[in-house]
Design a protein around this ligand. Structure first.
Ligand code: ADP
Length: 440
C-alpha cells in the first residue's frame, strides 16, 4: 500500500474516534464537560509526543548504549524503521571494517612496496615492503615529502620528467628496484616498488657462469684446433704426431671433465632432482674415496683413513662426489712426499668428515671465495692437476642439500683442513633401525 495512506489512515481513524467520543460526551454531559475532556485528551497526546521526542533525541545522542522504547501509535513504526536503519548501518560498518582489515593484511603481505602520496608528493600511507625498500617509517614520516625521504637523483629526475608510463630502475640502499608511479583519484598518486635485487644477482651469476664456462672450454679447444691445423698442413713424423695426439687427448679429457662437473652442478641445483636420503654405509663410501685418492696420488703421498663415527642418512653418490672432491684436492695441492689424512667421527651435533693435508695451504683472503664457481687461487696449478674450478662449488651444493656445513682452516706452506659437519637429523647410529626421515 501507499506509505502515505499507511500513515494517514490510522491517524484519521484515531482523530475520528476522539471526535466521536467528544461528540458523545457533548450529547450526554453538555459542551463544557466535552470541551474539558477534549482539552485534557489533547494535552495528554502532546505530552506523549513530547515524551517520545525526548526519548528519540536521547537515543540519537548515543545510539550505541541507549535503547528506544517500543513507542505508541505512529512512533512504533518510526522507531522500528530507525532500528532497522541502524542495524543495516552496523552491518555495513562491520563488513567495511572486515574488508579493510583484509585489505590491510594483504598490503602487509604484499612483497611489492606501495606508497600513497597526495598530488604534491606528501606521504599519506605506505606498506611494510615500501618501508623496507625505501627506508620509510609510516608513523614517523607521514605528512613528509617523499622526495625528502627518498634522496636519490634518479628518483628526483623521474619525478621532474613525470614520464610515468615508463618504470624507473632505481638503485637505492643496496637494492635494485623497479619504481612505478600511478596517478589516481586526480589528487593522489600511488608509488609501487618491486625489488629485483635477487633476480639481478642470479642473472649476473648466470651471465658470469656462461662467460666463465665458455672461456674454460675455449682454452682446451684452442689447443686441440691448433694441433689439428698443424696436422692438416704439415707432414709430421710418427713421434711428433704421437706427442700431439697425447696433448690433444689431455685437453679433450679436460673438456670432458669440465662438462661432467657442470652437469653435476646443474643436477644438484635443479629442484626437479630432489635428494633421496638413504642409509649410507660410511665404511664403503670412505674406502672408495680412499682408493680414488690413492690412485690419483700414484704412491706420491702417504694417505690414511680413520673411521669412528656412525653411518649417515643422505645420498651415497652425492656424498661420494663431495668427499671425493675434497680428498682429490688434498692430493692435488700437496706436493709429493706430503701426507693426507681422512677421518670420520661423531660429534655432539652429528658427524664430522675431515680431510687434512700437509700441502701448499691457502692464504686467508681466498678462503671465503673458494666455493665460488671457477674460483682458483692458482689457475695454472689447478689446470696442471686437471682442476675445473668447480670442485668446491659441487661440495657446497651437496652439503647444502644435506643441511651440512663446510669449514676451512689453512696455513700457507703448512697445509689445509677441510671439515664437513653433518647434522644429527641426517645421521643414524649404526645397528639401529633407520628413522623415518622428514622430507629433506
Ligand atoms: P679446482 O678444480 O681448481 O681444484 P676447486 O673448486 O676444487 O677447483 O678448488 C678451488 C680452489 O681452491 C683451487 O683452485 C685451489 O686453489 C684451492 N684449494 C682447494 N683445495 C685445496 C687444498 N687442499 N689445498 C690448497 N688449496 C686448495
Amino acid at each position: 500500500m501507499n506509505p502515505k495512506l499507511l500513515f494517514w489512515v490510522p491517524v484519521a481513524l484515531r482523530l475520528a474516534f476522539v471526535a466521536v467520543g467528544v461528540g458523545l460526551l457533548w450529547w450526554w454531559f453538555g459542551p463544557v464537560t466535552a470541551l474539558w475532556v477534549a482539552l485534557l485528551a489533547a494535552g495528554a497526546m502532546v505530552l506523549v509526543q513530547l515524551h517520545y521526542l525526548y526519548e528519540l533525541s536521547g537515543w540519537l545522542e548515543d545510539p550505541k548504549s541507549s535503547k528506544l522504547p517500543d513507542g505508541w501509535g505512529e512512533w512504533t513504526g518510526v522507531f522500528s524503521r530507525l532500528y532497522r536503519l541502524r542495524r543495516d548501518d552496523e552491518k555495513n560498518q562491520a563488513e567495511l571494517t572486515e574488508w579493510l582489515a583484509r585489505f590491510r593484511q594483504a598490503m602487509h603481505l604484499l612483497p611489492d612496496g606501495v606508497v600513497i602520496m597526495d598530488d604534491v608528493l606528501f606521504l599519506e600511507w605506505c606498506n611494510p615492503a615500501a618501508e623496507e625498500h625505501l627506508g620509510l617509517r609510516h608513523d614517523r614520516d607521514k605528512g613528509m615529502r617523499v622526495t625528502n625521504l627518498v634522496r636519490s637523483p634518479d628518483f628526483m629526475d623521474y619525478l621532474i620528467l613525470g614520464r610515468y608510463d615508463q618504470p624507473l630502475t632505481l638503485s637505492f640502499r643496496g637494492r635494485k628496484l623497479i619504481v612505478h608511479i600511478i596517478p589516481f583519484e586526480n589528487r593522489r598518486q600511488i608509488l609501487v616498488t618491486h625489488d629485483i635485487t635477487e633476480t639481478e644477482r642470479t642473472d649476473m651469476m648466470r651471465r658470469d657462469f656462461i662467460a666463465n664456462a665458455s672461456h674454460e672450454l675455449r682454452t682446451p679447444l684452442t689447443v686441440i684446433v691448433g694441433f689439428l691445423e698443424i696436422a692438416a698442413s704439415e707432414q709430421l713424423d710418427a713421434a711428433t704426431r704421437q706427442a700431439h695426439l697425447k696433448l690433444m687427448m689431455e685437453q679433450a679429457y679436460r673438456m670432458q671433465h669440465l662438462i661432467e662437473d657442470m652437469l653435476t652442478l646443474s643436477r644438484l641445483e635443479s629442484i626437479d632432482h630432489p635428494m633421496r636420503p638413504e642409509r649410507v654405509d660410511v665404511h664403503k663410501l670412505l674406502d672408495k674415496v680412499l682408493r680414488d685418492a690413492q690412485a690419483l696420488s700414484a704412491g706420491k703421498h702417504e694417505i690414511t683413513l680413520e673411521v669412528q663415527g656412525s653411518d649417515v642418512m643422505g645420498s651415497f653418490d652425492e656424498l661420494y662426489s663431495a668427499f671425493g672432491n675434497l680428498a682429490a684436492n688434498a692430493v692435488r695441492y700437496t706436493p709429493a712426499g706430503g701426507a693426507v689424512h681422512l677421518s670420520w667421527d661423531d660429534t655432539a651435533a652429528g658427524v664430522r668428515f675431515t680431510v687434512r693435508d700437509t700441502g701448499i695451504g691457502i692464504s686467508p683472503e681466498h678462503i671465503s671465495r673458494l666455493t665460488e664457481r671457477f674460483y682458483r687461487v692458482d689457475k695454472s696449478r689447478s689446470r696442471e692437476t686437471q682442476g675445473t674450478g668447480l670442485g668446491l662449488a659441487i661440495v657446497k651444493h651437496v652439503l647444502l642439500r644435506h643441511n651440512a656445513t663446510l669449514s676451512i682452516a689453512s696455513e700457507p706452506g703448512e697445509g689445509s683442513t677441510f671439515t664437513v659437519n653433518l647434522p644429527k637429523a641426517l645421521s643414524a647410529a649404526p645397528h639401529q633401525a633407520i628413522p623415518a626421515l622428514a622430507a629433506n
